[in-house]
Design a protein around this ligand. Structure first.
Ligand SMILES: [Zn+2]
Length: 148
């Protein structure tokens, strides 16, 4: 483990502001569920949320997904890239994960309290829900073997 703090609870991060397209995503996260859009016409999953299907311009609707994923890539951000993030929390590891439901269905998350030397492409990851962002619960991804 690194000497980084195990949590970023002290961070008064900017919180997402749901809009008409993303409101259902954030509401589900608040209930501890991960949902993504899936096209009612062609069945393609997509993320981030969009008003129309990016494959066929059909009508997307939110559907629950497993929260199981694999690690695609990661990087360490050494500057506090988000306003308000304390320098003591840098660097932060930013990960890209692919949900098991569909190749190319990627989500971006930050990873706190995990030594990035333990990461490898293809590492099993799972969703975890972080309620430290004020009223907004954030879906984040952690290694599947992580007890947190
Ligand atoms: Zn479609």
């Amino acid at each position: 483990m690194s000497d980084r703090p195990a949590t970023d609870a002290a961070w008064t991060r900017p919180v997402p502001v749901p809009d008409d397209v993303t409101a259902a995503f954030w509401a589900a996260a608040g209930e501890g569920r991960l949902v993504v859009q899936r096209c009612a016409d062609c069945g393609t999953y997509q993320h981030p949320p969009r008003p129309r299907c990016t494959s066929c311009a059909g009508e997307p609707a939110y559907t629950g997904v497993s929260g199981d994923a694999t690690l695609v890539s990661w990087t360490a951000a050494h500057d506090p890239v988000v306003p308000g993030r304390p320098r003591g929390l840098a660097p932060v590891t930013i990960v890209v994960v692919e949900l098991v439901e569909q190749p190319g269905l990627w989500l971006v998350s930050d990873l706190v309290g995990v030594d990035d030397r333990e990461l490898a492409v293809g590492l099993p990851m799972r969703v975890a829900f972080d309620a430290t962002a004020g009223d907004q619960v954030l879906p984040r991804f952690v290694p599947a073997g992580d007890p947190s």
